[in-house]
Design a protein around this ligand. Structure first.
Ligand SMILES: [Zn+2]
Length: 315
């Protein structure tokens, strides 16, 4: 029987858990659906990631409002993917912050990515008509952007760590609390999506940079919160291992189809049961094949190209 396209048949609601990681630091995880977070400043909030639609974002904000009624001054978006940014209008943020390359990606391929992700993961797009249009940052930076939280709460540091999950990912780091929000640069017990990735940079210098902060708590893009130095190391290690296996198997293959089959066989025993594994793998291997054959920047995913790659590799 043919496998249903991407996550189109994944319609079961996930249980969301709001966790208070430290005073005024919140994470909402959802059994492998995209994670979001929030950090309290003295008299304002920083929200991290926006979910796929304003309706989905409003449900998260309603839970956050059980803890704090401070206004949202900053909405920080880790990268350009639709399921993390298109709910932005619900936050009423004064400023929307991304890496400068994320602004470029939104301009270049935001529309196509929206259509692609909607078809791949329809369940995440609650009331898609509530999306007013593409989300545009109002502030961008190239290396580091620091927010003073005020009132002895320390800083929130937004840091670019190199090319990885996309060419414009940032991490959000709380040095005082040693908590990191890593976006999709790190997944904890969830499969990686690498269809827009730079695998060689990500598996080496970029993850080295992420690890160098010495986080004691890490919220990845999907999956459970990683706790303690060992838990953080395990999440980063899993992410690196997934990439390393992909690189090894795809380098050894003589065709795209063989690369997919080898990679699937090698990853499946350890990662096959994790969220979005089957969904992502055809897109992942397709991009890695390109990367290893001289295609510098990821080709744009469109709803049509998604179907072609799926039919070629996963059917
Ligand atoms: Zn992503």
């Amino acid at each position: 029987m043919a496998k249903p396209f991407a996550s189109s048949a994944d319609l079961g609601e996930k249980r969301q858990s709001l966790e208070v990681l430290a005073p005024g630091v919140y994470a909402l995880t959802a059994e492998g659906d995209p994670n979001v977070g929030a950090i309290e400043g003295e008299d304002f909030l920083v929200c991290f990631e926006a979910l796929a639609t304003p309706v989905a974002a409003r449900a998260w904000l309603a839970r956050l409002r059980e803890h704090t009624d401070k206004p949202v001054r900053y909405l920080v978006l880790s990268h350009y993917h639709a399921v993390r940014v298109l709910g932005a209008s619900a936050f009423g943020a004064d400023l929307i912050v991304t890496h400068e390359r994320t602004r470029g990606l939104i301009a270049e391929r935001g529309e196509q990515d929206w259509a692609s992700e909607y078809a791949r993961m329809p369940r995440l797009f609650q009331e898609p008509d509530s999306i007013p249009g593409l989300t545009w940052p109002t502030v961008t930076f190239s290396d580091r952007f620091t927010i003073d939280l005020g009132g002895g709460r320390g800083d929130l540091v937004l840091q670019y760590c190199g090319r990885g999950h996309t060419e414009g990912d940032l991490v959000a780091w709380l040095p005082q609390q040693r908590i990191m929000f890593a976006g999709d640069l790190v997944e904890s017990q969830a499969a990686l999506y690498t269809g827009d990735a730079f695998h060689r940079d990500w598996a080496s210098s970029t993850l080295d940079r992420v690890a160098s902060f010495g986080a004691e708590t890490l919220v990845g893009g999907r999956g459970a919160v990683a706790r303690g130095e060992a838990g953080v190391a395990a999440a980063i290690g899993q992410t690196r291992d997934f990439l390393t296996v992909m690189l090894h198997e795809t380098r050894a293959a003589g065709s795209l189809k063989e690369a997919f089959e080898r990679t699937h066989r090698a990853l499946e025993p350890r990662y096959g049961k994790w969220p979005i594994f089957e969904h992502c793998l055809p897109f992942n291997v397709s991009r890695l094949w390109d990367e290893l054959h001289g295609v510098e920047r990821p080709r744009i995913w469109t709803a049509e190209r998604d179907r072609q790659v799926w039919d070629e590799l996963q059917s």
